[in-house]
Ligand binder design. Structure first.
Ligand code: 6PG
Length: 268
């Protein structure tokens, strides 16, 4: 049983460790299929927010495998992004392009179920446009939305959010030292951050969106993440300065999918 937080039960994060990225990706795919089925059974559709970065590539490829492709009802799946680098959609550094090439172009998802961040626009416009797309998704069906009726909110409560983590503890495009982002009433924000030579102008969903999710899957691999992972999993409120440690949905669950190298500094 988790810690009681206000009127909810805050579920402790779940940690799953794997020998290699292949098995990590397969189990993440299985758990995503399970969540998709459950969401469709309960609500008639499945909402998934994708991540950028290299770690989810194996998961995207696995989901596109013949063995898995029929296990998700793609026509009932709506795909979003947690963040995007501000580049055109055909740019090698585009998070949309990565997901399109490895997964979305290979599964029977209707084009209108793909909600990409328009990275080719100026960053502030990309963020505003995405907030409009999310709000429209929540509108009643006659207005082109899904009639979510979820407390009159302007973004969906995602069934699954995929996230990665940088060696500095960033997640999506929520970077250390960008405190103003944490109390943002906005749904999406433009940020600038230099990391691993990747494009610096970016757009990210805000913590209030991630922390409303039903399930958050963090995928983390590699020895260079080991020390940060130890810190993040050790962090306890109220002192949780690193962005990845602050994604803790009050009414949802966080699962860490971690390879052996990234887990090497965790207590046995
Ligand atoms: C991005 C991301 C970012 C990523 C981490 C981890 O667009 O760059 O969404 O948050 O997930 O930097 O990246 P790796 O998986 O490549 O380590």
């Amino acid at each position: 049983m988790g810690r009681v937080c206000r009127s909810y039960v805050l579920m402790p994060p779940q940690l799953l460790t794997f020998d290699h990225l292949g098995s990590l990706s397969r189990v993440a795919a299985e758990m995503l299929v399970f969540q998709a089925r459950q969401a469709i059974e309960e609500r008639g559709f499945f909402t998934l927010a994708l991540s950028g970065g290299s770690t989810p590539r194996g998961l995207y490829k696995t989901l596109a495998d013949v063995e898995y492709v029929e296990q998700v009802s793609w026509p009932q799946t709506h795909v979003f992004w947690g963040d995007e680098r501000c580049v055109p959609p055909d740019h090698e550094e585009s998070n949309f392009k990565q997901a399109w090439d490895l997964l979305l172009s290979k599964v029977p998802i209707p084009e209108e179920n793909i909600y990409r961040m328009r990275g080719e626009l100026p960053p502030e416009e990309t963020a505003a446009d995405y907030a409009r797309q999310l709000k429209k998704f929540c509108l009643p069906a006659p207005l082109g939305g899904r009639g979510l009726g979820w407390g009159g909110v302007d973004f969906p409560r995602f069934d699954v959010v995929l996230l990665g983590m940088g060696t500095d503890g960033h997640t999506a495009s929520l970077f250390p030292g960008q405190e103003h982002v944490w109390d943002q009433p906005a749904v999406a924000v433009a940020v600038t951050a230099n990391y691993a030579g990747r494009p610096a102008p970016r757009v990210s969903l805000t913590p209030r969106v991630f922390n409303a999710a039903r399930q958050v899957f963090f995928l983390v691999a590699g020895a260079d993440k080991a020390e940060m992972l130890r810190q993040v999993l050790d962090a306890r409120p109220p002192s949780m300065p690193v962005p990845a440690s602050r994604i803790r949905p009050e009414k949802g669950r966080v699962t860490w999918f971690v390879d052996r190298e990234a887990a090497s500094l965790l207590p046995a």
